[in-house]
Design a binder for this molecule. Structure first.
Ligand code: FES
Ligand code: FE
Length: 454
């Protein structure tokens, strides 16, 4: 059977079934690099990280290393971080400012615009016959910015970034657009490795509200009991039990579409988030009127929950973690965690936020470790032959999808559901099997049409 059709048969989103081979098979992984990562819009950097001409940042698109560079005219470009002579990694720094990139192997040098500008011994070794104009860096052909987030795409025929995001932009705005002035990245980036497939992390952040009450139960008990994390600032009274956020929640929503997903609880409290320091919680309270004026009540109040923009960009409102799950083989990811803050927030709030962020979702964060322990163990189980053949159940909320009349867009369900997970895998299977973007979009549209009978 054709490779692509075989992969397609491993996902049955309509019945909520997935074959776990998709998380462990090296051949499927190679196909993902080509069909998913070389055709999707991938997050590269935040504009605040590259304010001046010559500023650069190195990252990767799938496993392809890239360097993003601020040009002299203020625009951004991104290039494959690979010297054209023998393929050496051109730039080894995480980021910085430069006038040129010089290869450490034989010394070829490239300008900010990616052009090859100088070659050692050009006269003697190349007899001045090398046409430098044809040996510039390989440019990422599509670059687009959305409210400070810079994305790249290798596929010239991909839809625009806005069309790719679709309804997910509405949910992303709740993270990026709380205040005038937008957001910025605070401090450096936490980077670490987890021995699991990238889809476990991306899918969990897309859809899985269900794990939180169980996986994070002990962390929530401790946090909720701390006076610093209670909006009234009072300790628990004797005999009082901490109530997690979902116990007081007034229901919630899960959205899934085009592979993206978002899930959260409704609340009436502007600081209903137990993961952040008291100063940050007070900041959310104080700035609530501005956020409500810009975003409306639902998104302004929404300070917890999960989000993934397919394939590998995830974020959590409130703790303000923005992360990329860089794939590093079928059984490994490199997590890059950025702390995103409103640019207009006072310095002491930024300081408190960055500490809260590290405490909850840094590499040793108390919530982070709960999550990664699960993914690593699932991946270990999948070393078994039988384990890789045994279907997973993804049936939660199946058949209860609906469109809402209250302005919350897209195909939705109750917050505890697997609508976004099913949509994530359906879109993945569509990308893995379709020849081009027209076909991917047609397959997505027919799947979504079947979900909601209007
Ligand atoms: Fe870069 Fe030779 S590999 S100069
Ligand atoms: Fe979690």
């Amino acid at each position: 059977m054709d490779d692509r059709l075989q992969v397609r048969s491993m996902v049955d989103a309509r019945h909520g079934r997935v074959k776990p081979q998709i998380y462990a098979d090296p051949e499927i992984y190679q196909l993902e690099l080509e069909r998913v990562f070389a055709r999707s819009w991938l997050f590269l950097a935040h504009e605040s990280m590259l304010p001046k001409a010559g500023d650069f940042f190195t990252t990767s698109m799938g496993e392809d290393p890239v360097v993003v560079v601020r040009q002299k005219d203020g625009s951004l470009q991104a290039y494959l971080n690979q010297c054209r002579h023998r393929g050496m990694r051109l730039c080894h720094a995480d980021g910085g400012n430069t006038k040129a990139f010089t290869c450490p192997y034989h010394g070829w040098a490239y300008g900010l615009d990616g052009g090859l500008t100088s070659v050692p011994l050009e006269e003697q070794a190349y007899r001045n016959q090398l046409d430098k104009s044809r040996w510039g860096l390989t440019r990422v052909p599509r670059l687009a910015t959305y409210k400070g987030l810079v994305f790249g795409n290798w596929d010239e025929s991909a839809p625009s970034l806005e069309a790719y995001m679709g309804d997910m932009a509405w949910y992303l705005d709740g993270f990026l657009d709380r205040r005038a002035g937008g957001t910025e990245v605070l401090g450096g980036i936490h980077k670490w490795v987890i021995d699991c497939n990238w889809k476990f992390a991306a899918e969990q952040f897309c859809s899985d509200q269900y794990h939180a009450p169980y996986t994070h139960a002990s962390a929530v008990q401790v946090l909720q009991a701390s006076p610093a994390n209670k909006s009234d600032g009072k300790p628990l009274g004797e005999g009082q039990t901490a109530r997690p956020v979902w116990a007081d929640a007034l229901g919630g929503v899960q959205f899934g579409g085009q592979g993206h997903g978002s899930a959260f609880f409704f609340t009436e409290k502007p600081d209903a988030n137990v993961w952040v320091d008291g100063a940050v919680s007070a900041y959310f309270r104080d700035t609530y009127p501005e956020a409500e004026a810009r975003l409306g009540k639902v998104r302004a109040l929404r300070l917890a929950g999960h989000n993934t923009l397919f394939p590998t960009l995830s974020w959590l409102n409130g703790t303000q973690t923005l992360r990329v799950w860089h794939p590093r083989g079928p059984n490994k990811i490199e997590v890059w965690a950025f702390c995103l803050c409103d640019r207009e927030a006072p310095a002491e709030v930024k300081d408190a936020l960055i500490k809260s962020h590290a405490r909850a979702f840094g590499p040793a964060g108390f919530l982070e470790q709960d999550d990664s322990e699960n993914w690593v163990e699932v991946q270990k189980v999948l070393q078994g032959h039988k384990a890789r053949q045994t279907e997973f159940c993804m049936e939660m909320g199946l058949g209860h999808e609906a469109r809402r009349a209250d302005g919350i867009p897209g195909v939705t369900n109750y917050t505890f559901a697997e609508t976004a997970a099913r949509g994530f895998y359906q879109h993945w299977a569509n990308m893995m099997s379709a020849e081009n973007w027209d076909e991917i979009q047609a397959l997505n549209a027919s799947y979504e049409k079947e979900l909601v009978h209007e």
